[in-house]
Design a binder for this molecule. Structure first.
Ligand SMILES: [Zn+2]
Length: 295
């Protein structure tokens, strides 16, 4: 259950480490910096819950803070359970950055405990305009740009941390412009998305796509589709070119629908960073995968 010695020696994944999607608990050691005792850092420590949020924090603070992630890159955040080591990392943070809205459900108790122990918490979904209950705010760099000032204020209270909010915003805007261009090149009305779970509402709203079907109509990739859901997706996906599936998500149901409909199954790295480990690279990779599959 992830409580073995090997699983405890995990956790300090630094941005840029290529995670692997189909990782089991024991393979989590592979891309990580292994620690065997409580780490000590020269700089202030910001702990993000997952790697995409970690990359966003790094966009703001650069190397002026130690920015860690609890959930390894590429691992499904919706059903992640923390190890004892993960909990100790959260407790030793100067600031914890979480997504919120039930995104990192399995970490909630540990984050609450850390907060009660005096750790400062910043929540992304408290600082943006939400679309329904979809927690995947980070699929849109311009929504993220709206959260920059709030996060900058939170990190500015930490020792030695410097932030250039204007520079961060202009990088996010440039990422948004590039993504918009990639989607616009498909032609008007051509970006129709059928996904395996409700993860692209922000991306779709920002860049002119339509979510026409969700195979698993919940916000967790751990949910299972009912026969009625499947029927609804068959209708919605009628003339779709592809079903987009989150990397590492259970694919049996999605695969079944895709095969029956004779359309492509395309893996999207919604919870994983590209090789350069950057948030802007994440946005480019997401837009590129979607545009590539639909063109
Ligand atoms: Zn998700």
């Amino acid at each position: 259950m992830g409580r073995s010695a090997i699983a405890l020696a995990v956790t300090l994944i630094v941005a840029g480490c290529g995670g692997s999607s189909s990782s089991t608990d024991t393979s989590r050691v592979e891309p990580s910096v292994t620690v065997t005792s409580s780490p000590t850092f020269e700089r202030s420590v910001i702990v993000a819950t997952n790697s995409v949020l970690q990359s966003f924090v790094k966009l703001l603070v650069g190397d002026s803070a130690e920015v860690l992630t609890v959930i390894p890159d590429g691992k499904d955040p919706h059903d992640f359970e923390p190890s004892a080591r993960d909990i100790s990392v959260l407790n030793s943070a100067d600031l914890v950055v979480q997504n919120g809205l039930d995104f990192e459900h399995g970490l909630e108790d540990s984050i609450r405990a850390a907060r009660e122990g005096g750790v400062t918490l910043w929540t992304l979904t408290d600082n943006v305009t939400l679309i329904g209950d979809d927690p995947h705010v980070f699929t849109d760099p311009l929504t993220m740009s709206g959260a920059v000032d709030s996060l900058a204020a939170a990190v500015a209270r930490l020792d030695g941390v410097t932030v250039d909010a204007a520079a961060a915003r202009s990088q996010l805007e440039a990422a948004g412009t590039a993504a918009r261009g990639a989607i616009a090149a498909l032609g008007s009305g051509k970006c129709r998305l059928v996904t395996d779970h409700d993860a692209l509402a922000y991306f779709a709203a920002r860049f002119g796509c339509t979510v026409t079907g969700v195979v698993v109509p919940s916000f967790s990739s751990s949910a299972e589709a009912s026969p009625r859901d499947l029927e609804a997706v068959r209708k919605a996906a009628g003339n779709a070119r592809a079903i987009f599936m989150e990397e590492g998500a259970p694919g049996a149901v999605v695969g079944q629908v895709a095969e029956e409909l004779g359309i492509d199954l395309v893996e999207l790295r919604i919870h994983a960073l590209p090789a350069d480990g950057s948030y802007t690279g994440y946005v480019a990779a997401l837009a590129g995968s979607i545009a590539g599959a639909l063109s």
